[in-house]
Write a protein that binds this ligand. Structure first.
Ligand SMILES: NC(=O)c1ccc[n+]([C@@H]2O[C@H](COP(=O)([O-])OP(=O)(O)OC[C@H]3O[C@@H](n4cnc5c(N)ncnc54)[C@H](OP(=O)(O)O)[C@@H]3O)[C@@H](O)[C@H]2O)c1
Length: 286
């Protein structure tokens, strides 16, 4: 079996490499320096040479604030880049596992969102990712889309930011009125691989179980790391960002559950595992 990963140096791409190494297949890894997904000819050349059976698209323009100022780049990567990949998957009869986001929802509804719920993105990032979903499904029959949220893994993420800030601050302020499910890339990579072994194409939600606010998330990180620091809760209005953040990012993994494929752990258990596994980064950086 030949697996191809795009965005392989990103948080999720790195976790997926580890997960695929447990299998007996050939893994081909590319990032923007070796295969820019917005360049159709470059993607075509590599795809036709490798002839992958399964493609994992982890490449994306993930900077939510920069997308607000950069409509063209957001759509180029998150929509047309996805179309390039989907068209070539169709030609090669490859399966495509594409990753999307909770930002396709308005973030105003106070209950967990299921896959068939009405979408209403409020940011350019969310809009470009939603169009990417549509193109992935329209141009390749064998497409799985997994919407995830609040990812952390190997790379820059909220957990590492909190730990770095705690080194230089006695007190931190963290938003307490936005809710989601912190999701370890390792859990998501496992589900992506499990799903790719099936023919259950379609749309899925995939986040760790349970939910919390960013404030609760920060408190749990410091509790598990036994760091004593004062953390103050602030509102979204006190912490304005260029792109509006959703208040309720909680996704229900309904379709995975119904397919018997929801292996996500509780977010606190997954976080504990991550903090243990990320110890070499902690030794070098803290
Ligand atoms: N992080 C989250 O909290 C979160 C939440 C919901 C959904 N998601 C989705 O989950 C997926 C993985 O996210 P992540 O956190 O792993 O993101 P990430 O760490 O930013 O990784 C994305 C990778 O894609 C690369 N890339 C950017 N433009 C590219 C292009 N034109 N061609 C090829 N590669 C390109 C990036 O390179 P550079 O770094 O050099 O740009 C980076 O290595 C994305 O689809 C994202 O939208 C993430």
């Amino acid at each position: 079996m030949k697996y191809l990963i795009t965005g392989a140096k990103g948080q999720l791409g790195l976790a997926l490499q580890k997960e695929l190494q447990k299998l007996n297949g050939e893994i081909y890894c590319y990032d923007v320096d070796t295969m820019d997904i917005t360049n159709y000819e470059a993607v075509e050349e590599i795809f036709k040479e490798v002839k992958p059976d399964i493609v994992f698209n982890c490449a994306a323009h993930t900077n939510v604030d920069k997308c607000e100022e950069d409509l063209e780049n957001a759509y180029q990567i998150n929509a047309l880049g996805v179309q390039n990949i989907a068209m070539l998957c169709e030609e090669l009869k490859a399966k495509l596992i594409h990753i999307s986001t909770d930002y396709v929802f308005s973030g105003e509804e106070e209950k967990p969102r299921i896959e068939s719920d009405f979408v209403m993105p409020r940011t350019l990032y969310g809009k470009s990712k939603l169009y990417g979903e549509e193109l992935a499904q329209r141009y390749n029959q064998k497409t799985f889309i997994i919407r995830t949220a609040w990812l952390y893994g190997e790379g820059n993420n909220f957990v590492r930011t909190m730990l770095k800030l705690a080194k230089t601050h006695d007190k931190l302020t963290v938003v307490g009125d936005q809710f989601g499910s912190p999701t370890y890339t390792k859990d998501l990579a496992k589900v992506m691989v499990a799903l790719s072994n099936t023919n259950y194409y379609g749309l899925y939600h995939g986040t760790c179980q349970g939910n919390c606010s960013w404030y609760d998330f920060a408190l749990k990180i410091f509790e598990l790391m036994k760091i004593e620091i004062k953390v103050e809760k602030v509102t979204s209005e006190e912490f304005v960002r260029p792109a509006k953040r959703p208040k309720f990012s909680i996704l229900d993994n309904l379709m995975l559950r119904l397919r018997g494929l929801d292996s996500f752990r509780n977010w606190e258990e997954a976080l504990e595992d991550y903090l243990r596994e990320d110890s070499s980064w902690q030794r070098e950086n803290l």
